[in-house]
Every structure is written in C-alpha cells, then in structure tokens.
Design a protein around this ligand. Structure first.
Ligand code: SF4
Length: 269
C-alpha cells in the first residue's frame, strides 16, 4: 500500500469518513482491481464537503475537465461564497452567473441549472445547511431519489454528492473514465450504460472501497487507460492491471482502439 498522504484529498475541510482500505483476499475481480489501484493511488477520506457546494461543483464539471471547471468553481465561490450559498445563488442574476462560470463551458445551461436547483433547495429545505443535513443524515436511497428530482441533476452528479458530501459507503459514481475502464477490463458488459456499470461495481466492490474505487479509477483512466491510447499498447508491463484485464475494444496487435460497445455491434452484424 502506498503511503497515506498527509493532505485530505477527497474530503472536505473538516475531514469526512476515513476510507478504510485493506487490500487482502478480494472476493470479486472488481475488488481485486480496486486493491491494485490502492497500491497506485491512496486517498485519505471521503465526505465532509458541503452538499450544495458539492452539487454546484459537480454541475460545473459536467461535460468538461477539472482543468476547465475548477477556475469556474473558484470564481463562483469568490463572487457568491461567504453566506448561505443556496440563498445567494437562488437570487443571483442568471446572466451574471453565466459570465462568472464561463470557463466551465455550457455556461448558460449550467447557470440555469444552478439557480433553479438553488431556488428549489431554498423552497423545500430553507437553505444550504438544512440541505446538507438531509444529504448527510437522510436515508441514502431517499437522498439519491430526491437529488435526481432536481432538473439537470443526473445519476453521476447525485452519486458524487452522496459520496463527497455524505461520505456514503457503497456509492460508486460512474463518469466517462469509470465507464470506459470498467468495460475494457470486463467488469461490466461491453454495451453497459452508466447505470449498469454503477450497479455492477456497487454489487462487486465492498461498500468501504467504492469511494476510493471511484476516484482511483478516474485517475487510472487519465494516466494509464486513456480513451485513445491505453498503456498496454506499449506492452504488458506498461499497465499494472494487464493481468486482470480483458482489453475489450483494444487490439494490441494492430494498435487500434474502439469503444467496447462497438465490439458487441461487430459481433451481432
Ligand atoms: S490492459 Fe490496457 S485496456 Fe486493460 S486496463 Fe490496462 S491499459 Fe486499460
């Protein structure tokens, strides 16, 4: 296991839930994969972030990279932070907010989602802190269902709020990296959609390892199993998961890479 970092990477300022992580006898292939990732990327804690800020951050990150969404988040917090963020954003001028979050892309759409969600949270919960309490302490299924009722909030956003704010075990959010890597590895069917991949991973990975598995798989997808050039194209020794991977959609002989889903289309045509 890699040394634990001193900095709390994934949790909020007040810490969060310790990511209890014991690599050992894995009972499923997916757990074994997460254990290997544990040797590559160790993070200290999950949860503890303010739920509404976490929701805003995840909306800003939709369809873009962290490099683009982080400045937008920082600019938003500079301009609107300091009080009850939900109340402030519920009253914010939508076009001014769009301008502030411009670096995140799709800024008009994201501005609309953020102001509408903020207004609904004020309406239903009274403000950001009551919403945070609901996310942190409510029944996980109820919280997820409620989050999905917000217009513009999809499964990945809801699961990220449950994980990074609520510190909930058993939540394995699926973004584009997790979706690709899990299907290439053969941990989910090649044509599985995001929800199916999430269900497969949450069934196969112990609850206390799901949060870590999510962030580590994203990191692994960025550094090793990239969309266009997975590391194994440089040889088996280039990927630490080579022995556990089906390499669906990856042809090591001719160096071609296709989305795993197209391998099922090929098979049926
Ligand atoms: S062996 Fe290739 S396809 Fe499999 S995880 Fe590694 S880089 Fe990705």
């Amino acid at each position: 296991m890699a040394d634990e970092p001193t900095e709390n990477i994934s949790g909020g300022a007040d810490g969060g839930v310790d990511a209890e992580f014991e690599a050992g006898e894995a009972s499923t292939r997916a757990e074994a994969v997460v254990d290997v990732l544990g040797d590559l990327y160790w993070q200290k804690a999950y949860g503890g972030r303010d739920a509404f800020e976490c929701l805003v951050r995840t909306v800003l990150s939709q369809n873009t990279s962290d490099v683009a969404s982080q400045p937008a988040h920082d600019a938003l917090m500079d301009r609107y932070g300091g009080g009850d963020l939900a109340r402030t954003l519920a009253d914010a001028d939508r076009s001014e907010l769009a301008d502030v979050i411009r670096p995140a892309g799709l800024y008009n759409q994201k501005s609309r989602v953020i102001t509408e969600v903020a207004a609904e949270i004020v309406d239903v919960f009274g403000g950001a802190s009551a919403f945070d309490e609901f996310v942190t302490e409510g029944d996980a299924d109820e919280v997820r269902t409620r989050l999905l009722e917000f217009r513009g909030v999809g499964p990945k956003t809801a699961d990220c709020v449950l994980l990074f704010s609520g510190g909930r075990g058993g939540v394995f959010p699926v973004d584009t990296h997790v979706h690709r890597v899990a299907r290439r590895l053969g941990l989910a069917p090649p044509d599985a959609d995001h929800e199916t991949v999430r269900e497969r991973l949450e069934e196969a990975v112990p609850p206390e390892k799901c949060g870590f598995g999510h962030t580590a798989t994203i990191q692994f997808g960025r550094e090793y199993c990239t969309a266009r050039k997975p590391a194994c194209l440089d040889g088996p020794e280039a990927c630490p998961l080579y022995d556990r991977c089906d390499r669906v959609g990856v042809d090591e002989l001719d160096g071609s890479v296709v989305d795993p889903a197209s391998t099922t289309e090929d098979a049926s045509s």
